[in-house]
Design a protein around this ligand. Structure first.
Ligand code: FAD
Length: 334
């Protein structure tokens, strides 16, 4: 019998995980839970330890109830107050800080979205911690993997901060789906601080097509489309036939062929659908940074040497104005 043996790796990991507690910051719009933001739970569960969710806004009760159904979550902390509806960082940060202090969390996780990118670094700075952005993997509770230089290098970073503030790349952590979980729902602390910024208005591009960031299929058009009229005439029927979201290269957006919100790439959205179809897109590294993790990449380009073909699983060399309508008809007929 060995007396006083060092604890096994498994028991040490268990003891450590008991000390971990993560707050996953969820997003909502008009009281509707953003399902993409449930990927914060996926990352939190990978860390191990206790997982709580946080949601704030106007009439968020049903969103909190939906989030409470995610398995493995102990508690949803919700704050109902119109002031937090738009997630303005200046107003949201003091709220989050109070709730982090109350819960004594070791980790705070949010999506690497416009909301997460604006709120979390502010909260981290106010609590004297360093934000860890856009992670794609968790090695252990202090070590995280994140792409840098538009995905051309992968950094493994270790943090010694007491509270780790992390934004996660949604495509690397498949969002949890509400199931048969039954987390407790608790009203959070509301400091009701004087709002220091105000939401004036927003101009949202409305579309009945699937959401670009979470769609299973994406068809993207580039400068090769030549004009907005041609972009709409060629790309939209293809998107509709496939039930796909529409994306665009920055050149297409800058030339006014497509809305800003459709840009895919380093300075646009990062997507990883089952199928990504690049039409008239050359495949610049800044574009690849936003789509190269797609499961199947198909490209149509008239230049056989276009760099997009180096990452494509399926390529078609030809004139898009001929090939895309032909493909659309075939998809419709299938
Ligand atoms: P082009 O490079 O001009 O390619 C057009 C392609 O269409 C060509 O390959 C051509 O052969 C093909 N083509 C033309 N006519 C036809 C036809 N009739 N049939 C078939 N094919 C045809 N870009 C992004 O996309 N997203 C980003 O987020 C992004 N961020 C950037 C950030 C920085 C800091 C910088 C410096 C650049 C960024 N860019 C980004 C721009 C990027 O470098 C490229 O300029 C851009 O991606 C090119 O877009 P494109 O492929 O549509 O156009």
């Amino acid at each position: 019998r060995v007396i006083g043996a060092a604890p096994s790796l498994a028991s040490r990991a268990y003891a450590r995980s008991r000390l971990l507690s993560t707050l996953a910051v969820l997003e909502q719009r008009d009281g509707q839970l953003s399902h993409g933001s449930l990927s914060a739970f996926t990352a939190a569960k990978k860390l191990g330890g206790t997982v709580h969710g946080f949601i704030a806004g106007n009439s968020v009760a049903s969103a909190a109830q939906e989030a409470a159904k995610v398995e493995g979550v102990e508690k949803i902390i919700s704050v109902d107050n119109l002031s937090y509806e738009k997630g303005l960082p200046e107003n949201y940060a003091p709220l989050l800080i109070e709730n982090i202090k109350k819960g004594g969390y070791t980790h705070v996780i949010a999506g690497h979205t416009a909301f997460g990118k604006s709120v979390l670094p502010r909260v981290a700075a106010m609590l004297d911690s360093q934000q860890i952005s856009d992670i794609t993997a968790i090695e252990n509770e202090a070590t995280f993997v994140r792409p840098i230089y538009a995905g051309n290098a992968i950094a493994t970073v270790e943090s010694s901060d007491t509270i780790k503030f992390i934004t996660i790349r949604g495509t690397a952590f498949a969002a949890e789906t509400p199931g048969s979980g039954s987390a407790a729902i608790e009203a959070g602390v509301d400091p009701k601080s004087e709002p220091i910024s105000e939401w004036v208005s927003e101009d949202l591009a409305k579309s009945d097509r699937p959401d670009l960031a979470t769609a299973g299929k994406v068809v993207s058009g580039g400068r090769g489309l030549k004009s907005k009229e041609e972009f709409d005439k060629v790309m939209l029927p293809l998107a509709d036939a496939l039930g796909a979201a529409v994306g665009a290269s920055r050149a297409a957006v800058d030339s006014g062929y497509a809305d800003n919100s459709l840009q895919v790439g380093q300075t646009g959205k990062v997507v990883a659908p089952q199928l990504y179809m690049a039409v008239g897109i050359s495949g610049a590294i800044q574009h690849l940074a936003g789509m190269k993790d797609s499961k199947v990449i198909a490209a149509i380009n008239k230049d056989a040497d276009a760099p997009i073909f180096q990452v494509a699983d399926v390529g078609l060399v030809g004139d898009l104005f001929e090939k895309v309508p032909e493909l659309t008809e075939k998809v419709k007929g299938s």
